[in-house]
Design a protein around this ligand. Structure first.
Ligand SMILES: [Zn+2]
Length: 634
Protein backbone atom coordinates (compact mmCIF):
# COMPACT_ATOMS: atom_id res chain seq x y z
CA UNK A 1 0.00 0.00 0.00
CA UNK A 2 1.25 3.43 -0.94
CA UNK A 3 1.68 6.15 1.65
CA UNK A 4 0.19 9.24 0.04
CA UNK A 5 0.93 12.88 0.39
CA UNK A 6 -1.28 14.80 2.73
CA UNK A 7 -1.00 17.89 4.86
CA UNK A 8 -2.46 19.46 7.97
CA UNK A 9 -4.00 22.84 7.95
CA UNK A 10 -1.20 25.36 8.48
CA UNK A 11 -2.32 26.52 11.94
CA UNK A 12 -2.09 23.04 13.31
CA UNK A 13 1.31 22.46 11.79
CA UNK A 14 2.57 25.68 13.35
CA UNK A 15 1.41 24.65 16.83
CA UNK A 16 2.92 21.21 16.37
CA UNK A 17 6.45 22.41 16.13
CA UNK A 18 6.39 25.35 18.52
CA UNK A 19 6.99 23.24 21.64
CA UNK A 20 9.90 21.14 20.47
CA UNK A 21 13.20 21.02 22.34
CA UNK A 22 11.95 21.75 25.82
CA UNK A 23 12.13 18.94 28.36
CA UNK A 24 9.06 19.56 30.44
CA UNK A 25 9.00 18.63 34.10
CA UNK A 26 5.61 20.05 35.00
CA UNK A 27 3.77 16.78 35.46
CA UNK A 28 1.45 16.42 38.45
CA UNK A 29 3.29 15.07 41.48
CA UNK A 30 1.71 13.88 44.70
CA UNK A 31 3.26 15.62 47.74
CA UNK A 32 5.06 12.54 49.06
CA UNK A 33 6.69 12.00 45.67
CA UNK A 34 7.64 15.68 45.39
CA UNK A 35 9.57 15.41 48.68
CA UNK A 36 12.03 12.94 47.13
CA UNK A 37 12.81 15.34 44.26
CA UNK A 38 13.10 18.28 46.67
CA UNK A 39 15.64 16.35 48.78
CA UNK A 40 17.70 15.52 45.71
CA UNK A 41 17.46 11.71 45.88
CA UNK A 42 15.76 11.99 42.48
CA UNK A 43 16.11 14.64 39.82
CA UNK A 44 14.00 16.35 37.21
CA UNK A 45 16.32 15.06 34.47
CA UNK A 46 15.00 11.59 35.30
CA UNK A 47 18.44 10.37 36.42
CA UNK A 48 19.04 9.37 40.04
CA UNK A 49 19.65 12.50 42.15
CA UNK A 50 23.02 13.34 43.65
CA UNK A 51 21.62 12.30 47.05
CA UNK A 52 20.22 8.97 45.77
CA UNK A 53 20.83 6.02 48.10
CA UNK A 54 19.79 2.42 48.38
CA UNK A 55 20.23 -0.21 51.08
CA UNK A 56 21.65 -3.69 50.52
CA UNK A 57 21.16 -7.13 52.03
CA UNK A 58 23.54 -10.05 51.46
CA UNK A 59 22.33 -13.55 52.29
CA UNK A 60 23.99 -16.82 53.23
CA UNK A 61 21.32 -19.50 53.40
CA UNK A 62 21.19 -23.22 54.10
CA UNK A 63 17.97 -24.94 53.20
CA UNK A 64 16.71 -28.51 53.13
CA UNK A 65 13.55 -29.93 51.64
CA UNK A 66 11.63 -33.08 52.44
CA UNK A 67 9.30 -33.63 49.47
CA UNK A 68 7.27 -36.28 51.34
CA UNK A 69 6.24 -34.07 54.26
CA UNK A 70 6.55 -30.92 52.06
CA UNK A 71 8.65 -29.39 54.81
CA UNK A 72 11.22 -26.70 54.02
CA UNK A 73 13.75 -25.86 56.74
CA UNK A 74 16.12 -22.92 56.46
CA UNK A 75 18.82 -20.99 58.30
CA UNK A 76 20.17 -17.67 57.16
CA UNK A 77 22.71 -15.02 58.00
CA UNK A 78 21.93 -11.66 56.48
CA UNK A 79 24.19 -8.61 56.46
CA UNK A 80 22.08 -5.49 56.01
CA UNK A 81 23.75 -2.24 55.12
CA UNK A 82 22.04 1.06 55.83
CA UNK A 83 23.04 3.56 53.12
CA UNK A 84 20.19 5.89 53.98
CA UNK A 85 20.72 9.13 55.90
CA UNK A 86 18.33 7.80 58.56
CA UNK A 87 19.08 5.93 61.77
CA UNK A 88 17.02 2.73 61.73
CA UNK A 89 15.66 1.43 65.04
CA UNK A 90 13.76 -1.42 63.43
CA UNK A 91 14.15 -3.67 60.44
CA UNK A 92 11.24 -5.05 58.44
CA UNK A 93 11.41 -8.50 56.89
CA UNK A 94 8.97 -10.12 54.52
CA UNK A 95 7.39 -13.45 55.48
CA UNK A 96 5.51 -13.99 52.23
CA UNK A 97 4.44 -17.52 53.23
CA UNK A 98 2.11 -15.97 55.83
CA UNK A 99 -0.26 -15.23 52.95
CA UNK A 100 -1.05 -18.97 53.14
CA UNK A 101 -2.17 -18.96 56.79
CA UNK A 102 -5.82 -19.69 57.52
CA UNK A 103 -7.62 -16.37 57.77
CA UNK A 104 -4.82 -14.31 56.17
CA UNK A 105 -5.89 -11.42 53.96
CA UNK A 106 -5.48 -12.46 50.33
CA UNK A 107 -6.90 -11.61 46.98
CA UNK A 108 -8.16 -15.04 45.88
CA UNK A 109 -9.04 -18.23 47.69
CA UNK A 110 -6.38 -20.94 47.97
CA UNK A 111 -6.76 -24.67 47.52
CA UNK A 112 -7.29 -26.42 50.84
CA UNK A 113 -3.84 -28.02 50.67
CA UNK A 114 -2.29 -24.62 49.94
CA UNK A 115 -3.44 -23.29 53.30
CA UNK A 116 -0.59 -23.75 55.77
CA UNK A 117 0.45 -22.23 59.05
CA UNK A 118 2.85 -19.90 57.26
CA UNK A 119 6.43 -19.19 58.25
CA UNK A 120 7.39 -20.65 61.63
CA UNK A 121 10.49 -18.84 62.89
CA UNK A 122 12.27 -20.79 65.59
CA UNK A 123 15.28 -18.53 66.10
CA UNK A 124 15.97 -14.88 65.39
CA UNK A 125 18.88 -12.65 66.36
CA UNK A 126 19.83 -9.15 65.31
CA UNK A 127 23.17 -7.48 65.99
CA UNK A 128 24.15 -10.52 68.06
CA UNK A 129 21.13 -10.27 70.38
CA UNK A 130 18.39 -12.92 70.43
CA UNK A 131 15.00 -11.49 69.54
CA UNK A 132 11.99 -13.06 71.25
CA UNK A 133 9.05 -13.82 68.99
CA UNK A 134 6.24 -14.59 71.45
CA UNK A 135 2.98 -12.78 70.71
CA UNK A 136 3.18 -9.27 72.12
CA UNK A 137 7.00 -9.24 72.22
CA UNK A 138 8.40 -5.78 71.56
CA UNK A 139 11.58 -7.27 70.11
CA UNK A 140 9.93 -8.90 67.13
CA UNK A 141 6.35 -8.63 65.91
CA UNK A 142 4.68 -10.46 63.09
CA UNK A 143 2.03 -8.38 61.37
CA UNK A 144 0.55 -10.41 58.52
CA UNK A 145 3.43 -10.85 56.06
CA UNK A 146 5.79 -8.47 57.81
CA UNK A 147 8.24 -9.27 60.61
CA UNK A 148 9.24 -6.10 62.45
CA UNK A 149 12.45 -6.55 64.41
CA UNK A 150 13.57 -3.97 66.96
CA UNK A 151 17.35 -3.70 66.86
CA UNK A 152 19.32 -3.90 70.14
CA UNK A 153 21.21 -0.78 69.02
CA UNK A 154 20.00 1.67 66.38
CA UNK A 155 21.58 1.18 62.96
CA UNK A 156 23.37 4.39 62.01
CA UNK A 157 23.78 5.63 58.44
CA UNK A 158 26.63 3.79 56.62
CA UNK A 159 26.58 0.99 59.22
CA UNK A 160 25.72 -2.68 58.83
CA UNK A 161 24.00 -5.18 61.07
CA UNK A 162 23.95 -8.96 61.00
CA UNK A 163 20.71 -10.80 61.33
CA UNK A 164 20.30 -14.56 61.75
CA UNK A 165 17.17 -16.65 61.56
CA UNK A 166 16.02 -20.26 61.47
CA UNK A 167 12.60 -21.16 60.11
CA UNK A 168 10.44 -23.78 58.49
CA UNK A 169 7.20 -23.94 56.56
CA UNK A 170 4.99 -26.42 54.78
CA UNK A 171 5.23 -25.98 51.02
CA UNK A 172 1.76 -25.25 49.61
CA UNK A 173 0.22 -27.59 47.05
CA UNK A 174 -0.24 -25.80 43.72
CA UNK A 175 -1.68 -28.37 41.31
CA UNK A 176 -3.38 -31.68 41.89
CA UNK A 177 -5.85 -32.64 44.61
CA UNK A 178 -6.55 -29.79 47.05
CA UNK A 179 -4.10 -27.58 45.20
CA UNK A 180 -4.32 -23.92 44.32
CA UNK A 181 -1.55 -21.46 45.10
CA UNK A 182 -0.04 -18.63 43.08
CA UNK A 183 3.45 -18.66 41.65
CA UNK A 184 5.15 -21.44 43.71
CA UNK A 185 4.54 -24.74 45.43
CA UNK A 186 4.30 -28.44 44.57
CA UNK A 187 3.01 -29.87 41.30
CA UNK A 188 1.24 -33.08 40.38
CA UNK A 189 4.30 -34.49 38.60
CA UNK A 190 6.30 -34.34 41.85
CA UNK A 191 8.30 -31.25 40.94
CA UNK A 192 8.34 -28.10 43.06
CA UNK A 193 9.06 -24.46 42.53
CA UNK A 194 10.26 -22.68 45.65
CA UNK A 195 9.97 -18.91 45.99
CA UNK A 196 9.07 -16.46 48.78
CA UNK A 197 10.79 -18.93 51.05
CA UNK A 198 13.22 -17.04 53.30
CA UNK A 199 12.81 -14.08 55.68
CA UNK A 200 13.73 -11.27 53.31
CA UNK A 201 14.58 -7.66 54.09
CA UNK A 202 11.83 -5.33 52.96
CA UNK A 203 12.86 -2.28 50.95
CA UNK A 204 13.48 0.90 52.90
CA UNK A 205 13.56 3.64 50.26
CA UNK A 206 13.79 7.41 49.85
CA UNK A 207 10.15 7.82 48.83
CA UNK A 208 8.03 5.69 51.15
CA UNK A 209 10.39 4.46 53.91
CA UNK A 210 9.71 0.80 54.75
CA UNK A 211 7.59 -1.09 52.25
CA UNK A 212 4.85 -2.41 54.55
CA UNK A 213 2.60 -3.94 51.89
CA UNK A 214 1.82 -7.48 52.92
CA UNK A 215 1.87 -10.06 50.10
CA UNK A 216 -1.73 -10.85 49.17
CA UNK A 217 -1.17 -13.35 46.35
CA UNK A 218 -2.14 -10.78 43.70
CA UNK A 219 0.19 -7.80 43.83
CA UNK A 220 3.79 -8.51 43.12
CA UNK A 221 7.05 -7.56 44.77
CA UNK A 222 9.63 -4.95 45.61
CA UNK A 223 13.20 -5.97 46.38
CA UNK A 224 16.59 -4.54 47.21
CA UNK A 225 19.68 -6.07 45.65
CA UNK A 226 22.14 -8.40 47.31
CA UNK A 227 24.54 -11.28 46.95
CA UNK A 228 23.32 -14.79 47.69
CA UNK A 229 25.19 -17.91 48.69
CA UNK A 230 22.71 -20.73 48.99
CA UNK A 231 23.33 -24.35 49.96
CA UNK A 232 20.43 -26.70 49.26
CA UNK A 233 20.20 -30.20 50.72
CA UNK A 234 17.84 -32.18 48.54
CA UNK A 235 16.99 -35.91 48.39
CA UNK A 236 18.86 -37.96 45.81
CA UNK A 237 17.59 -38.20 42.21
CA UNK A 238 16.30 -34.60 42.26
CA UNK A 239 17.83 -32.04 39.94
CA UNK A 240 17.95 -28.44 41.16
CA UNK A 241 17.83 -25.27 39.02
CA UNK A 242 18.13 -21.88 40.67
CA UNK A 243 18.92 -18.21 40.56
CA UNK A 244 22.69 -17.81 40.26
CA UNK A 245 25.46 -20.10 39.10
CA UNK A 246 25.88 -23.69 40.23
CA UNK A 247 29.20 -23.52 42.05
CA UNK A 248 29.73 -27.24 42.78
CA UNK A 249 28.74 -28.87 39.48
CA UNK A 250 31.56 -31.43 39.88
CA UNK A 251 30.06 -32.60 43.19
CA UNK A 252 26.50 -33.04 41.96
CA UNK A 253 26.62 -34.15 38.32
CA UNK A 254 27.69 -37.61 37.18
CA UNK A 255 29.52 -38.12 33.92
CA UNK A 256 28.65 -37.77 31.08
CA UNK A 257 26.19 -35.13 32.31
CA UNK A 258 28.91 -32.97 33.84
CA UNK A 259 30.84 -32.89 30.55
CA UNK A 260 27.68 -32.07 28.60
CA UNK A 261 26.72 -29.34 31.09
CA UNK A 262 30.15 -27.77 30.62
CA UNK A 263 30.10 -28.02 26.84
CA UNK A 264 26.58 -26.50 26.71
CA UNK A 265 27.96 -23.35 28.33
CA UNK A 266 29.98 -22.70 25.14
CA UNK A 267 27.72 -24.30 22.55
CA UNK A 268 25.81 -22.40 19.86
CA UNK A 269 23.51 -25.39 19.41
CA UNK A 270 21.35 -27.01 22.06
CA UNK A 271 23.03 -29.77 24.07
CA UNK A 272 20.68 -32.40 25.53
CA UNK A 273 22.38 -32.58 28.92
CA UNK A 274 19.87 -35.16 30.19
CA UNK A 275 17.71 -36.65 27.45
CA UNK A 276 14.34 -38.34 27.82
CA UNK A 277 15.69 -41.91 28.05
CA UNK A 278 18.30 -40.85 30.61
CA UNK A 279 15.80 -38.86 32.66
CA UNK A 280 13.94 -42.03 33.59
CA UNK A 281 17.09 -44.12 34.06
CA UNK A 282 19.84 -44.03 36.68
CA UNK A 283 20.04 -40.69 38.44
CA UNK A 284 22.22 -38.11 36.67
CA UNK A 285 23.02 -36.66 40.10
CA UNK A 286 25.61 -37.78 42.63
CA UNK A 287 24.52 -38.28 46.22
CA UNK A 288 25.75 -39.26 49.66
CA UNK A 289 23.52 -41.00 52.19
CA UNK A 290 20.49 -40.35 50.02
CA UNK A 291 21.09 -36.61 49.70
CA UNK A 292 22.77 -34.13 47.38
CA UNK A 293 24.04 -30.73 48.46
CA UNK A 294 23.66 -28.15 45.68
CA UNK A 295 25.48 -24.81 45.97
CA UNK A 296 24.53 -21.66 44.08
CA UNK A 297 25.97 -18.15 44.12
CA UNK A 298 24.38 -15.04 42.69
CA UNK A 299 25.64 -11.48 42.76
CA UNK A 300 23.56 -8.36 42.84
CA UNK A 301 20.18 -10.00 42.39
CA UNK A 302 16.89 -8.88 43.92
CA UNK A 303 15.69 -12.36 44.89
CA UNK A 304 16.51 -16.06 44.87
CA UNK A 305 14.23 -18.92 43.76
CA UNK A 306 14.69 -22.52 42.67
CA UNK A 307 12.96 -25.50 41.13
CA UNK A 308 13.53 -29.17 41.85
CA UNK A 309 12.33 -32.26 40.05
CA UNK A 310 13.01 -35.95 39.50
CA UNK A 311 13.09 -37.42 36.01
CA UNK A 312 13.34 -34.09 34.23
CA UNK A 313 15.06 -33.56 30.90
CA UNK A 314 17.67 -30.84 30.80
CA UNK A 315 18.83 -28.88 27.72
CA UNK A 316 21.46 -26.13 27.61
CA UNK A 317 22.90 -23.69 25.09
CA UNK A 318 24.94 -20.50 25.03
CA UNK A 319 23.51 -17.16 23.88
CA UNK A 320 25.38 -14.05 22.78
CA UNK A 321 24.59 -10.89 24.71
CA UNK A 322 26.78 -7.98 23.65
CA UNK A 323 30.37 -9.01 24.39
CA UNK A 324 29.35 -11.70 26.84
CA UNK A 325 27.72 -15.10 26.84
CA UNK A 326 24.62 -16.23 28.71
CA UNK A 327 24.02 -19.87 29.62
CA UNK A 328 20.41 -20.66 28.70
CA UNK A 329 18.85 -23.90 29.90
CA UNK A 330 15.48 -25.60 30.13
CA UNK A 331 14.52 -28.24 32.71
CA UNK A 332 11.29 -30.04 31.89
CA UNK A 333 8.97 -32.94 32.32
CA UNK A 334 9.44 -35.31 29.33
CA UNK A 335 5.62 -35.17 28.96
CA UNK A 336 5.87 -31.43 28.13
CA UNK A 337 6.76 -31.97 24.48
CA UNK A 338 6.80 -28.28 23.57
CA UNK A 339 9.73 -27.84 25.95
CA UNK A 340 12.00 -29.68 23.49
CA UNK A 341 12.20 -26.32 21.64
CA UNK A 342 12.40 -24.07 24.69
CA UNK A 343 16.19 -23.86 25.12
CA UNK A 344 16.60 -22.81 21.47
CA UNK A 345 13.72 -20.33 21.68
CA UNK A 346 14.94 -18.90 24.98
CA UNK A 347 18.38 -18.46 23.45
CA UNK A 348 16.86 -16.50 20.58
CA UNK A 349 14.84 -14.44 23.07
CA UNK A 350 17.96 -13.52 25.05
CA UNK A 351 19.80 -12.62 21.84
CA UNK A 352 16.97 -10.50 20.41
CA UNK A 353 16.39 -8.66 23.69
CA UNK A 354 20.13 -8.02 23.94
CA UNK A 355 20.52 -6.81 20.37
CA UNK A 356 17.28 -5.05 19.48
CA UNK A 357 14.64 -4.16 21.99
CA UNK A 358 15.71 -2.95 24.48
CA UNK A 359 19.16 -3.44 22.90
CA UNK A 360 20.87 -3.80 26.26
CA UNK A 361 22.87 -7.00 26.87
CA UNK A 362 20.95 -9.53 28.98
CA UNK A 363 21.78 -8.62 32.57
CA UNK A 364 22.73 -12.04 34.00
CA UNK A 365 25.21 -14.80 33.11
CA UNK A 366 22.50 -17.49 33.05
CA UNK A 367 18.76 -18.02 32.67
CA UNK A 368 16.75 -21.19 33.26
CA UNK A 369 13.25 -21.98 32.05
CA UNK A 370 11.90 -24.41 34.64
CA UNK A 371 8.81 -26.40 33.69
CA UNK A 372 6.56 -25.81 36.68
CA UNK A 373 3.17 -24.23 36.29
CA UNK A 374 1.64 -21.12 34.74
CA UNK A 375 4.24 -18.32 34.31
CA UNK A 376 6.29 -16.38 36.81
CA UNK A 377 9.59 -14.60 36.65
CA UNK A 378 12.48 -14.72 39.10
CA UNK A 379 15.99 -13.43 38.59
CA UNK A 380 17.85 -15.87 36.33
CA UNK A 381 15.04 -18.46 36.44
CA UNK A 382 11.44 -18.50 35.25
CA UNK A 383 8.72 -20.93 36.27
CA UNK A 384 6.51 -21.84 33.30
CA UNK A 385 3.83 -24.37 32.62
CA UNK A 386 2.96 -25.90 29.28
CA UNK A 387 0.00 -24.30 27.49
CA UNK A 388 -2.46 -25.68 24.93
CA UNK A 389 -0.98 -23.85 21.95
CA UNK A 390 2.26 -22.53 20.56
CA UNK A 391 1.23 -18.85 20.70
CA UNK A 392 0.75 -19.06 24.46
CA UNK A 393 3.87 -21.15 25.07
CA UNK A 394 6.03 -18.68 23.17
CA UNK A 395 4.28 -15.71 24.79
CA UNK A 396 4.89 -16.93 28.33
CA UNK A 397 8.54 -17.97 27.98
CA UNK A 398 9.58 -14.75 26.22
CA UNK A 399 7.55 -12.56 28.58
CA UNK A 400 9.00 -14.11 31.74
CA UNK A 401 12.54 -13.95 30.34
CA UNK A 402 12.01 -10.27 29.46
CA UNK A 403 11.22 -9.64 33.13
CA UNK A 404 14.95 -9.99 33.77
CA UNK A 405 15.15 -6.38 32.54
CA UNK A 406 12.10 -5.20 34.49
CA UNK A 407 11.81 -5.62 37.48
CA UNK A 408 15.17 -7.34 38.02
CA UNK A 409 17.87 -5.39 36.16
CA UNK A 410 15.89 -2.21 36.80
CA UNK A 411 14.42 -2.63 40.27
CA UNK A 412 10.95 -1.14 39.94
CA UNK A 413 8.41 -1.37 42.72
CA UNK A 414 5.98 -3.84 41.16
CA UNK A 415 3.56 -3.60 44.06
CA UNK A 416 2.82 0.06 43.39
CA UNK A 417 3.84 0.54 39.77
CA UNK A 418 2.84 -2.73 38.12
CA UNK A 419 2.86 -1.09 34.68
CA UNK A 420 6.63 -0.48 34.95
CA UNK A 421 7.04 -4.22 35.44
CA UNK A 422 4.34 -6.01 33.42
CA UNK A 423 3.81 -3.27 30.84
CA UNK A 424 7.48 -3.28 29.86
CA UNK A 425 7.79 -7.08 30.04
CA UNK A 426 4.77 -7.26 27.70
CA UNK A 427 6.24 -4.69 25.33
CA UNK A 428 9.90 -5.78 25.10
CA UNK A 429 9.61 -9.27 23.54
CA UNK A 430 6.82 -8.69 20.99
CA UNK A 431 9.18 -9.03 18.03
CA UNK A 432 10.62 -12.34 19.17
CA UNK A 433 7.13 -13.64 19.97
CA UNK A 434 5.97 -12.64 16.50
CA UNK A 435 8.98 -14.34 14.94
CA UNK A 436 8.49 -17.56 16.89
CA UNK A 437 4.70 -17.90 16.74
CA UNK A 438 3.58 -15.56 13.96
CA UNK A 439 1.30 -13.70 16.37
CA UNK A 440 1.39 -10.00 17.14
CA UNK A 441 0.65 -9.40 20.82
CA UNK A 442 0.40 -5.66 20.26
CA UNK A 443 -2.79 -6.28 18.29
CA UNK A 444 -4.17 -8.36 21.15
CA UNK A 445 -3.23 -5.55 23.56
CA UNK A 446 -5.00 -2.89 21.48
CA UNK A 447 -8.18 -4.99 21.22
CA UNK A 448 -8.22 -5.83 24.93
CA UNK A 449 -7.52 -2.28 26.01
CA UNK A 450 -10.09 -0.59 23.74
CA UNK A 451 -12.85 -2.83 25.13
CA UNK A 452 -12.01 -1.87 28.72
CA UNK A 453 -10.94 1.74 28.18
CA UNK A 454 -13.14 4.41 29.67
CA UNK A 455 -15.12 2.05 31.88
CA UNK A 456 -15.42 2.87 35.58
CA UNK A 457 -12.52 0.64 36.64
CA UNK A 458 -10.11 1.89 33.98
CA UNK A 459 -7.99 3.94 36.37
CA UNK A 460 -5.25 6.32 35.30
CA UNK A 461 -1.97 4.38 35.30
CA UNK A 462 -0.58 6.61 38.04
CA UNK A 463 -3.07 5.18 40.55
CA UNK A 464 -0.92 2.72 42.54
CA UNK A 465 -1.55 -0.84 41.37
CA UNK A 466 -2.53 -1.95 44.88
CA UNK A 467 -5.86 -0.21 44.16
CA UNK A 468 -6.50 -2.67 41.30
CA UNK A 469 -6.82 -6.41 41.06
CA UNK A 470 -8.14 -9.18 38.87
CA UNK A 471 -9.55 -8.04 35.54
CA UNK A 472 -8.65 -4.38 35.71
CA UNK A 473 -5.11 -5.12 36.91
CA UNK A 474 -4.64 -7.28 33.81
CA UNK A 475 -5.45 -4.27 31.65
CA UNK A 476 -3.75 -1.61 33.77
CA UNK A 477 -0.54 -3.56 34.38
CA UNK A 478 -0.09 -5.20 30.96
CA UNK A 479 -1.96 -4.13 27.88
CA UNK A 480 -2.79 -0.48 28.53
CA UNK A 481 0.82 0.55 29.28
CA UNK A 482 2.16 -1.71 26.48
CA UNK A 483 -0.26 -0.04 24.05
CA UNK A 484 0.79 3.39 25.31
CA UNK A 485 4.48 2.55 24.81
CA UNK A 486 3.80 1.19 21.33
CA UNK A 487 2.02 4.43 20.37
CA UNK A 488 4.80 6.51 21.89
CA UNK A 489 7.43 4.53 19.94
CA UNK A 490 5.52 5.34 16.76
CA UNK A 491 5.37 9.02 17.71
CA UNK A 492 9.04 9.28 18.72
CA UNK A 493 10.37 7.10 15.97
CA UNK A 494 11.77 3.68 16.85
CA UNK A 495 15.35 4.87 17.05
CA UNK A 496 14.70 7.77 19.42
CA UNK A 497 12.35 5.70 21.56
CA UNK A 498 14.83 2.83 21.87
CA UNK A 499 17.64 5.25 22.75
CA UNK A 500 15.46 6.82 25.45
CA UNK A 501 14.56 3.41 26.84
CA UNK A 502 18.22 2.38 26.87
CA UNK A 503 19.08 5.65 28.59
CA UNK A 504 16.50 4.95 31.28
CA UNK A 505 17.75 1.38 31.78
CA UNK A 506 21.37 2.49 32.02
CA UNK A 507 20.55 5.24 34.52
CA UNK A 508 18.45 3.00 36.75
CA UNK A 509 20.23 -0.36 36.48
CA UNK A 510 20.25 -1.90 39.97
CA UNK A 511 18.15 0.97 41.30
CA UNK A 512 14.55 1.83 42.12
CA UNK A 513 13.01 4.25 39.62
CA UNK A 514 9.45 5.52 40.01
CA UNK A 515 7.16 6.59 37.15
CA UNK A 516 8.27 10.24 37.18
CA UNK A 517 11.88 9.09 36.69
CA UNK A 518 10.69 7.21 33.61
CA UNK A 519 8.81 10.18 32.12
CA UNK A 520 11.52 12.74 32.89
CA UNK A 521 14.28 10.45 31.62
CA UNK A 522 12.48 9.98 28.29
CA UNK A 523 12.02 13.76 28.01
CA UNK A 524 15.64 14.40 28.95
CA UNK A 525 17.32 11.72 26.81
CA UNK A 526 15.24 12.52 23.73
CA UNK A 527 15.50 16.27 24.31
CA UNK A 528 11.78 16.60 23.64
CA UNK A 529 8.88 17.33 25.97
CA UNK A 530 6.51 14.34 25.85
CA UNK A 531 4.27 15.58 28.66
CA UNK A 532 1.41 16.03 26.18
CA UNK A 533 1.57 12.22 25.86
CA UNK A 534 2.32 11.26 29.49
CA UNK A 535 -0.62 13.30 30.84
CA UNK A 536 -3.52 11.65 29.03
CA UNK A 537 -2.00 8.17 28.94
CA UNK A 538 -0.68 7.96 32.51
CA UNK A 539 -2.27 10.67 34.63
CA UNK A 540 -5.81 11.17 33.37
CA UNK A 541 -8.90 9.06 32.83
CA UNK A 542 -10.03 8.68 29.24
CA UNK A 543 -10.34 6.35 26.30
CA UNK A 544 -9.31 6.26 22.64
CA UNK A 545 -11.98 7.11 20.09
CA UNK A 546 -11.33 8.76 16.77
CA UNK A 547 -14.16 9.43 14.33
CA UNK A 548 -14.48 10.48 10.72
CA UNK A 549 -16.53 13.64 11.20
CA UNK A 550 -16.46 15.34 7.80
CA UNK A 551 -15.57 14.28 4.26
CA UNK A 552 -15.26 16.68 1.38
CA UNK A 553 -14.64 14.60 -1.73
CA UNK A 554 -13.68 16.39 -4.92
CA UNK A 555 -11.98 15.44 -8.12
CA UNK A 556 -8.43 14.42 -7.41
CA UNK A 557 -8.48 15.46 -3.77
CA UNK A 558 -10.47 14.61 -0.66
CA UNK A 559 -10.43 16.36 2.71
CA UNK A 560 -11.14 14.12 5.69
CA UNK A 561 -11.72 15.63 9.11
CA UNK A 562 -10.96 13.32 12.01
CA UNK A 563 -12.33 14.19 15.43
CA UNK A 564 -10.68 13.01 18.64
CA UNK A 565 -13.83 12.13 20.59
CA UNK A 566 -12.00 10.23 23.33
CA UNK A 567 -9.15 12.08 25.04
CA UNK A 568 -6.38 9.50 24.48
CA UNK A 569 -4.06 10.61 21.70
CA UNK A 570 -3.75 7.77 19.22
CA UNK A 571 -2.33 7.61 15.70
CA UNK A 572 -4.51 8.38 12.70
CA UNK A 573 -4.53 5.83 9.91
CA UNK A 574 -7.01 6.23 7.05
CA UNK A 575 -7.51 3.51 4.47
CA UNK A 576 -8.87 4.89 1.23
CA UNK A 577 -10.65 2.66 -1.29
CA UNK A 578 -11.04 4.20 -4.74
CA UNK A 579 -13.63 3.41 -7.36
CA UNK A 580 -12.27 0.36 -9.14
CA UNK A 581 -10.93 -1.12 -5.90
CA UNK A 582 -7.43 0.35 -5.63
CA UNK A 583 -6.44 1.37 -2.10
CA UNK A 584 -4.12 3.89 -0.56
CA UNK A 585 -3.62 5.11 2.98
CA UNK A 586 -2.53 8.07 5.03
CA UNK A 587 -1.01 7.88 8.48
CA UNK A 588 0.04 10.28 11.17
CA UNK A 589 1.44 9.48 14.59
CA UNK A 590 -0.30 10.41 17.84
CA UNK A 591 1.77 13.62 17.78
CA UNK A 592 -0.95 15.08 15.54
CA UNK A 593 -2.84 15.65 18.84
CA UNK A 594 0.12 17.16 20.67
CA UNK A 595 -1.36 20.65 20.90
CA UNK A 596 -4.53 19.35 22.47
CA UNK A 597 -6.44 19.82 19.20
CA UNK A 598 -9.55 17.69 18.93
CA UNK A 599 -9.79 17.90 15.15
CA UNK A 600 -7.33 17.32 12.32
CA UNK A 601 -7.98 17.48 8.62
CA UNK A 602 -6.13 15.39 6.07
CA UNK A 603 -5.95 16.08 2.35
CA UNK A 604 -5.67 12.99 0.25
CA UNK A 605 -4.73 13.24 -3.41
CA UNK A 606 -6.03 10.50 -5.64
CA UNK A 607 -6.42 9.60 -9.29
CA UNK A 608 -9.80 7.85 -9.22
CA UNK A 609 -12.86 8.90 -7.19
CA UNK A 610 -12.93 7.89 -3.52
CA UNK A 611 -15.41 5.13 -2.83
CA UNK A 612 -14.99 4.56 0.92
CA UNK A 613 -12.81 5.43 3.89
CA UNK A 614 -11.90 3.45 6.95
CA UNK A 615 -10.19 4.89 10.01
CA UNK A 616 -7.96 2.81 12.25
CA UNK A 617 -5.44 -0.01 12.17
CA UNK A 618 -5.07 -3.33 13.95
CA UNK A 619 -2.56 -2.01 16.47
CA UNK A 620 -4.43 1.25 17.20
CA UNK A 621 -7.05 1.06 19.96
CA UNK A 622 -10.43 2.67 19.31
CA UNK A 623 -13.24 2.13 21.80
CA UNK A 624 -16.01 3.05 19.36
CA UNK A 625 -15.29 1.78 15.84
CA UNK A 626 -18.86 2.58 14.69
CA UNK A 627 -17.77 6.10 13.64
CA UNK A 628 -14.71 4.96 11.71
CA UNK A 629 -16.13 4.49 8.22
CA UNK A 630 -17.46 6.60 5.39
CA UNK A 631 -18.94 5.50 2.09
CA UNK A 632 -19.78 7.48 -0.99
CA UNK A 633 -23.51 7.88 -1.42
CA UNK A 634 -25.32 6.29 -4.31
ZN1 LIG B 1 4.83 -10.63 33.76
Amino acid sequence: MRRFRYCFFPLLALLLFSQANSTGTDLYMPRDIRRAYDRGTRSLTGAPGTAYWQNKADYRIRVSIDPVSRLLRGEETVVYRNNSPDTLRQLVLKLHQNMNRAGAARWSPLGERAVTDGMRISRLAAGGAERKLFPGSEEAQVEQGNLIVTLPLPLAPKASVELTAAWEFTIPVTTGEGGGNPRMGTYENGSMFIAYWYPKLAVYDDVHGWDMHSYDGEHEFYSDYGDFEVELTIPERYGVWATGILSNAGDVLREPYLARYRSAQKSDTVVRIVNEAEASGMSPYLSTSGKTVWKFRAEDVPDFAFGLARGYCWDGVSAKAGDTRVFVDAAYDPASKSFLEVAAEARETVEMLSAARPGVPFPYPAITVFNGYYGMEFPMIVNDGEFPNRILNVYVHAHEIAHNYFPFMVGVNETRYAWMDEGLAYFLPVDVQKKQSNYDHMIRAARGYERFAGTEEDYPLLVPAIASGGDNLQVLAYIKPATALNILRDAMGAEAFDAALRGFITRWKGRHPIPWDFFYSFNDVSGIDWNWFWRPWFFEPGYPDLAISKVNARDGMTEVTVTRKGSMPVPVHIEVTLDGGATQSVSETAAVWKTGATEATFRIEHTAAVNSLRLGDTWIPDSDPSNNTWKKEG
